[in-house]
Design a protein around this ligand. Structure first.
Ligand SMILES: [Zn+2]
Length: 258
């Protein structure tokens, strides 16, 4: 099982080596901005590296929204990130499930996700597999509660779409971690990546504050059990830089392979 971390995009391979990570995830552009990614000088090195690469899409992407002025640029940004992620050999492009506003018709939001894949298909499809990640907050978020996730998958499941399970988001979003892998797989049929994070906040708090694995509100052994059951590559998105994440990686590697 490959274990790694979300790192600064400056030199992801050096960051991986410093943490003894076998996987790295990073942003290709400002996560809070709308700029398309720029070509990277280290694209060849990343593409041929032993380290497995994942790219996280900007947080501003919301392809579900009924607001045209966000939805249309979101589709384009997601497509441009999928193209750029392929140049660095990324195994997946992680994107949050998105949401509609209060009072909006949720069915429209689900259909907007379908249209996103249809839009991409017109230009040959996404160049990198899209992995939709469960989120911690938002009453109208698709990928917080699994009943909504099931409705989303009814609409987009026929496209080749993957899933990224975030343990902090599941806990804070109100989905128990016990048997979470089985419940997700019953809906999506797959888990492509695990974001292994502890949570500073209580179950179902709706807050999204990651903590290091051995501390926080989730029993660390429960995190280990989820990682083991998922059987997918793992990325920690925890605080503390090289030291904090290095310890989290070692923590998982010791226990998951024991
Ligand atoms: Zn995450």
């Amino acid at each position: 099982m490959r274990i790694g971390a979300h790192v600064d995009p400056g030199d992801p391979l050096a960051e991986a080596a410093a943490r003894k990570a076998e996987v790295v995830q990073f942003f290709l552009a400002d996560p809070k901005g709308w700029k398309a990614p720029e070509a990277r000088a280290d694209a060849d090195a990343l593409r041929t590296a032993q380290v497995e690469i994942y790219v996280h899409a900007p947080y501003v992407v919301n392809v579900a929204t009924t607001n045209n002025r966000i939805r249309i640029p979101s589709r384009k940004l997601l497509l441009s990130h999928a193209t750029a992620a392929a140049t660095v050999g990324a195994k997946g492009l992680i994107v949050h499930g998105g949401h509609v506003g209060k009072g909006d018709d949720v069915a429209v939001g689900f259909d907007n996700w379908r249209k996103t894949f249809a839009f991409a298909a017109e230009s040959g499809g996404f160049a990198t597999p899209i992995l939709i990640e469960n989120t911690a907050g938002g009453d109208n978020a698709w990928a917080r509660r699994f009943d909504a996730l099931a409705r989303l998958w009814d609409v987009i499941g026929s496209y080749d779409v993957g899933f990224c399970l975030d343990t902090c988001h599941a806990h804070a979003g109100g989905e128990a971690l016990l048997d979470v892998v089985d419940r997700v797989k019953a809906i999506t049929g797959r888990i492509d990546l695990v974001h292994a994070n502890n949570s500073r906040d209580a179950f179902d708090s709706g807050a999204d504050r990651h903590d290091n694995l051995a501390q926080g509100m989730i029993d660390p052994e429960l995190l280990v059990a989820v990682v083991r059951a998922a059987g997918a590559p793992v990325v920690v998105e925890t605080p503390g830089g090289v030291d904090g994440q290095g310890k989290d990686i070692a923590f998982l590697r010791d226990r998951v392979t024991a």
